[in-house]
Design a protein around this ligand. Sequence first.
Ligand code: ADP
Length: 318
Amino acid sequence: MHFFKRFKINKKGIYGKSIFDFSVKRKEIPNLKKLLSDVLVKNIPVDELELTHTFEKAGEKTLILGARRIVLDGYKTKLILLSIEDISERKKKEAHKDDFVGYVTHELKTPLTSLSMFVQILTGYHKKTDDKKSLFLLEKAATQIERLTKLLDSFSGVYKAQNGKLELQKEKVDVNKLMREVVETFQYTQNTHEIKHTGTIKKQILIDKERIYEVLVNLLTNAIKYSPDSDKINIKLTEDDKKITISVQDFGFGIPQDEKEMVFERFFRVKSKEENKIKGLGLGLYLVNEIIKAHKGKLWVESREGQGSIFYFSLPKK
Ligand code: ADP
């Protein structure tokens, strides 16, 4: 019943017809035919396949398809059990949300840039008059502006990644130097953790320097954020013939075994008592993963709850 209603198909007209008769876009048919023939002939089941299908009356729909070959008593021919979920509405909502994020981040960045400029001018002015109180407050304002800018950058990074717009500007980069720079910046701006940096590689490699810098900043920020009771972080660089690998190790909360893979998903955050106190949006690792994927690299994590985590990423040399 539901099927007929949702896809606006006349119940009487369905018997004896193949599913392909319900598609008005001819180009959609060959793929579907091949898929279903694989199910029937080769017994290859289909799980959670997303596809679009255009129905005569209901129009274009985004569907999640599942298909399995079944044998029923009394039937000589093999049959296919199809499950169809209509996710068109969900898709539409997601698309709107993404457009909205893109728009908002862009619109917020413009006044923020002016604000930052005014703070800089005022700072220059108060340096001359040596007004310590104003300088102190302006420094606080500048830090908050910087935080907001970073947040917006990460939003717009996520937005671009989702829409396949994450373009890399690759150049030959000395990764040893890049890592030194990041570690020095962290040592300079925080004093809770000592960051031990080991390993070097021989040659420069072709990567997007800014994006990989962002990856390192994200991983180090997390390592510090999620290990408040420890004071050490290890960051290590190694290489083999084909790739370089960087690892960031902390001795903090760790990640529960069954949530390890989920930390790379958008908006996912581990829900533990300690971690609930720590601010975050659950976007950093998603973006890191997208950047590494765009480089055709790999990102993974080893972790033990209560002992700490090691985040690894590797990048191909060519
Ligand atoms: P955020 O830190 O803003 O929440 P991330 O995408 O960077 O977002 O991380 C997602 C989640 O993964 C975090 O909320 C946290 O629960 C977990 N996580 C990330 N890094 C670590 C780490 N080094 N140790 C423990 N948990 C971590």
